[in-house]
Design a protein around this ligand. Sequence first.
Ligand code: C5P
Length: 292
Amino acid sequence: MKTRTWPDGRLVVWAPAKVNLFLEVLGKRTDGYHELETLMVAVNLYDTLVFQEDMSGEIEFRCDDVTIPQGPTNLVVRSALLIREETGSFGCGVKIWLRKRIPAAAGLGGGSSDAAATLAALNDLWKLGLSPPELSELGARIGSDVPFFFHTPMAVGSGRGELLTPLSTPLPLHLVLVCPKEGVSTAGVYGQLQPSSERRPIEPILEAVSRGDSGRVGQLLFNRLEATACQLCPAIAAAHEAIQTEGLAGPLMTGSGSACFGLAPSRTVAVEAARKIRERFPGRVYVARSTP
Ligand code: C5P
């Protein structure tokens, strides 16, 4: 995430989206979560959050997207309440504005990134002195994907996705993101997932990443949740087809969907493919790249 402090003390944070280049499910755990092996990379599609300290002690939240929950179920509000409670800083207040660009329920980690941005921003604004591992641990209590945003730009996730090994050599990847209008519930996809006896190894794609071979990365993209999510949301297959028609590598669904992406060899190719997909696909289409 990128941060800037304005002269009047307001803090602005740009919270990136992520895509999963690889996601294998290793099994269901006794706590109801699924054990994962995943490779995640941050991409340059950002929500913007502005934080202003409020001496009244209130936590006030506004979002330009009225379809997003504005109350205590919102991950931004939950993060603010959690960090205040954990640090015993009950007198601290804040006004938070969120400008939403990352589609919700798309598997792009938008809500998780907003949560991570909130924890980091309030740690600064309220001078709480929590370390990055402490912030990441608080994030894991909000959602499995939140800790990744303290380990950007690229990391391997295990456990339920919250145990992270950062990768120091991120590839420059050019993506076209295709987001159906319909979102998908993460719990719904995991709930319908049938156990599989197959196991796709993560090592080949990690080797391709470490060699900087983005062409090979394109051949090794994989997501175990995709077939199940397609059954719940047919628009995912349509997004897939739209990307495939343009000859991009992949396509692959990210996270539990519904967004899909394809990899292009250059930004020029990505821009042209996105233009053609927009002409016929009824959803949002973005050109993006992995963040440096
Ligand atoms: O962690 P998070 O709140 O984002 O997870 C939402 C839901 O997705 C969980 O309640 C669970 O049903 C499912 N999930 C899972 N295994 C994971 C991550 C999420 O089963 N590794």
